[in-house]
Design a protein around this ligand. Structure first.
Ligand code: GLN
Length: 479
């Protein structure tokens, strides 16, 4: 019988009634991964470990133990999150051959809750990109149209869920890397509020923006994994809310929501006309269902992409300074050369290890932090961020959520934007806001464009309101 469950809770019912087993699930997903290799979504597959783990999890069921919250749930993990003893490379030659020494907190909590980690997913190099084309393993292909990108940077994680290679996947979202590929692939994608899930064991890109996020086929599955992973971790000083804070938040079902829409997000010249028309209709339908939707002015839209790229490249240039060929991965030059000339040693390793996009960002970040330009760029970027945070705090006092597009277009063709980094950056206009402000945000899959590709809308809520977000997203998707 084909293995097919539309949610984890249905899968769990079947496990309880012994109409399926974790081993059947693992065998099924391994088969799909094999069949879908041409999509290039996975970097490594842990077949043997997954099968062994399934045997143990099935034995526990047989022995009459209650199911764990993620018992036998098959999860794939972006190649920037550490899984003890498994390779982790940030899809960069720089970390070629590197194995993780410990589990990221998110992974440890998933494992403890019974999840089976099936493998790691391709991504843009060091999570820098919007198309999964900067990976040293080559681009990920969108399963709906393989000539088109998956989106990025967590493209492999999005396609892994889209093409049925796992039940859930983890990505990271620094400026949209979960929501944009989710939108391009027609799956659900959550970027939790900043600090909700520990960053311990996540390879840093821009630490004050980075969040571990979740892809799934429905918001219920995502919520289940979120509750397991979220909550205080002494290894991440920005992850402080007690675990119970997230578990206890039970949104009040059915109350009409108050939604804000920033008018300029819908009148942006680059926004695809069909996306604009569908979202306008969606807003009308939401109003018709009894919710309040207010159009608000927003005069900071043109500053958010520049502010995002100034601040994140600054943080990246500092975070990536640790890759020098001594402590991690790739080494181009032999040890004796190190003794002769340290700068040349670093330079040779970093020149050979990093790809073009990563180098571009390290240079940009070093420039905006340099003494002569710090005030002109970095300080200005911080000022924009402060204005945005203040504005969002004020808006969330009056509204439950902000609704906007996820991306100005559907998935573009592979190669289309690779020679035009600025146009690639500008496409992040709707997603970077949540990271600049720390808001939680969900990409909700909803429509199919006349070009055959999916798109949806995005909801942003106050950090800490993730469960409200799940409920609202589910509710508004049905309007
Ligand atoms: N596209 C954005 C960037 O390249 C977002 C990346 C991310 O969220 N990791 O910076």
């Amino acid at each position: 019988m084909a293995f097919s469950f539309s949610s984890i809770s249905l899968y769990h019912k079947a496990l309880e009634q012994s109409t399926t087993t974790v081993q059947t699930a693992v065998a099924h997903y391994l088969q799909v991964i094999e069949r879908q290799q041409h999509l290039n979504a996975m970097v490594a597959v842990f077949a043997e470990d997954a099968i062994n783990r399934a045997i143990d999890l099935d034995a526990d069921i047989k022995a009459g133990k209650p199911l764990l919250p993620l018992h036998g749930v098959i999860v794939a993990v972006k190649d920037v999150i550490c899984i003890k003893d498994q390779p982790v490379s940030a899809s960069s030659k720089m970390l070629n051959g590197h194995r993780a020494l410990y589990d990221a907190t998110a992974v440890a909590r998933l494992k403890e809750a019974g999840a089976v980690i099936i493998g790691t997913c391709n991504c843009d190099e060091f999570a820098m990109g919007s198309s999964n084309e900067t990976s040293c393993y080559g681009p990920v292909r969108n399963a709906i149209n393989t000539q088109h990108v998956s989106g990025g940077s967590s493209g492999g994680s999005a396609v892994a869920v889209q093409a049925g290679m796992c039940m859930l996947s983890l990505g990271s979202d620094t400026g949209g890397s979960v929501r944009q590929p989710a939108d391009f692939c027609g799956v659900w994608g959550l970027k939790p509020g900043y600090g909700a899930i520990s960053r311990y064991g996540l390879i840093a890109y821009a630490s004050s923006f980075d969040c571990i996020g979740i892809f799934g086929t429905n918001p219920g599955d995502i919520e289940r994994a979120f509750i397991i992973m979220a909550g205080a971790d002494e290894r991440d000083g920005t992850c402080t809310a007690p675990k119970d804070f997230y578990r206890q938040q039970r949104p009040d079902n059915g109350t009409p929501a108050r939604i804000a829409v920033f008018e300029p997000t819908l009148t942006l010249p680059g926004l695809d006309a069909e996306i604009k028309a569908q979202l306008t209709q969606q807003i009308a339908a939401i109003k018709q269902a009894g919710h309040t939707v207010d159009m608000l002015p927003f005069d900071l839209l043109e500053y958010i992409v520049p502010a995002y790229y100034v601040l994140t490249t600054a943080e990246a240039s500092s975070n990536l300074s640790r890759y020098d060929g001594i402590r991690y991965g790739n080494r181009e030059v032999s040890e004796p050369a190190l003794k002769q000339e340290l700068t040349a040693f670093y330079s040779a390793n970093r020149s050979a290890g990093f790809g073009t996009e990563v180098k571009r960002r390290i240079m940009l970040g070093s420039f905006v932090l340099s003494s002569g330009y710090y005030d002109a760029y970095y300080s200005k970027g911080q000022q924009v961020r402060r204005l945005l945070v203040d504005q969002f705090t004020h808006i969330f006092d009056q509204y439950d959520a902000i609704l906007m597009p996820v991306s100005p277009t559907t998935a573009f063709a592979i190669g289309e934007k690779m020679n035009d980094p600025v146009s690639m950056y500008l496409a992040d206009i709707y997603t970077v806001l949540a990271n600049l402000t720390g808001a939680a945000a969900m990409a909700v899959p909803r429509f199919t464009h006349s070009n055959g590709l999916p798109f949806g809308f995005q909801l942003l809520v106050k950090p800490g309101n993730e469960l409200v977000l799940h409920r609202l997203a589910e509710q508004l998707a049905q309007c």
